[in-house]
Design a protein around this ligand. Structure first.
Ligand code: PLP
Ligand code: COI
Length: 352
């Protein structure tokens, strides 16, 4: 795939302090257009700019949007690397398939990501725990209001130098278990990374924030009995020495961090069980003191200890609101691989 590169004539000054998450954007963006019958064309990297879209574009009315999230890391020797980008490429295509958006040949999407990071590599920050967050996304933009299959789409990549996702950093977050709204059901779009899932989650997220919680832990959409995932993370826990995580049921996002942690734990000889976990089992473990650790994992959030869980008016504290041994080990091992501080025995790293 040929990518035409037009560099900006007005590069921005690079912000290095108080990055936060997803607030600062780089100088360029990758764009590519799709038309049914013609396929993908006009791959280009251009100066970052606002989009000019028809007000009837499908994305505004029927939510035809999917996205990905991955990071470019600065290593000690100054080089730049990505963590398992092919996994994001594959998940993006799975999401596209679910939403009826066009897929992109894997090698083309991967080369778009790599080429874009090459252009923006000076934007990869140097600070501890900082990285360049990459946001590939795709939306339908047919210019009419009929509800039909999608004939026109755009694929873009933007990038944001970012620090910690949560204000808490690596300190434990407080999570509210939501027992009213649900995020997804089997057969729906839960396993796809589409904007609509996050729209469905907003109301509960707002409620949680008002009550002083960082995010919501979702229950399954049918029985509201089994835990699923948190707003931007998959969850895992250690109950009475056993590491467990909700199985992928179709309504949970198959997290790349989740998958990596399971592989890491297994390689270190730990047993990890993927199964249904009921809220009753969790509450029992919290009450009996058998809940040793609880953590979330995701690209933006990395590995994030959960210090408090709130359910039906009760707050339960986990591990004295401190990061647990396994959580800390996972955080260290994963970030050491991502930032190139240790050998990558798994072949997860792609260097730019
Ligand atoms: N679950 C949800 C709803 C997410 O938004 C994310 C973030 O991408 C995750 C889980 C974790 O996925 P990953 O580890 O691939 O970033
Ligand atoms: C990510 O971890 O990449 C995410 O997409 C989380 C998020 C929705 C900000």
């Amino acid at each position: 795939m040929e990518i035409k590169i037009t560099k900006t004539e007005n590069p921005k000054e690079k912000q290095t302090e108080n990055l936060g998450f997803g607030k600062v954007f780089t100088d360029h963006m990758f764009v590519m257009d799709y038309e049914r019958g013609k396929g993908w064309s006009n791959a280009r990297i251009i100066p970052f700019e606002n989009l000019n879209l028809h007000p009837a574009a499908t994305v505004f009315h029927y939510g035809a949007e999917i996205f990905e999230g991955l990071k470019a890391y600065r290593t000690k020797d100054g080089s730049v690397q990505l963590f398992r980008p092919i996994e994001n490429v594959r998940r993006m295509n799975n999401s596209a398939e679910r939403i009826g958006l066009p897929q992109i040949p894997e090698e083309d999407m991967l080369s778009a990501i790599l080429e874009f990071v090459k252009v923006e590599q000076d934007w990869v920050p140097y600070g501890e725990g900082e990285s360049l967050y990459l946001r590939p996304f795709m939306f339908g933009n047919d210019e009419h209001l009929g509800v039909h299959s999608i004939n026109r789409a755009s694929f873009l990549i933007i990038a944001s130098p970012s620090g910690s996702y949560y204000a808490e950093g690596i300190n434990p977050v407080k999570i509210m278990i939501e027992d009213q709204d649900v995020r997804a059901v089997r057969g729906g779009t839960g396993y796809a990374k589409c904007g609509g899932n996050y729209a469905a989650a907003t109301r509960a997220g707002e409620k949680a924030e008002k009550l002083g919680f960082t995010q919501v832990l979702w229950l399954d959409g049918v029985e509201r009995k089994y835990i699923e995932e948190v707003g931007a993370m998959n969850v895992m826990m250690k109950i009475d020495g056993e590491i467990i995580t909700p199985m992928l049921s179709g309504s949970i996002l198959p997290g790349i961090t989740r998958k990596s942690i399971i592989e890491l734990l297994k390689s270190k000889g730990y047993k990890v069980t993927e199964r249904k976990i009921s809220i009753d089992e969790i509450i029992d473990a919290l009450k009996s003191g058998k809940m040793e650790e609880f953590w979330g994992c995701g690209t933006a959030a990395v590995v994030s200890p959960v210090g408090e869980l709130y359910y039906e008016g009760e707050t339960y504290v986990i591990n004295d609101n401190k990061i647990g041994e396994t959580t800390q080990m996972l955080y260290n091992t994963l970030t050491d691989i991502q930032w190139g501080r240790t050998e990558d025995k798994f072949g997860w790293i792609t260097r730019i």
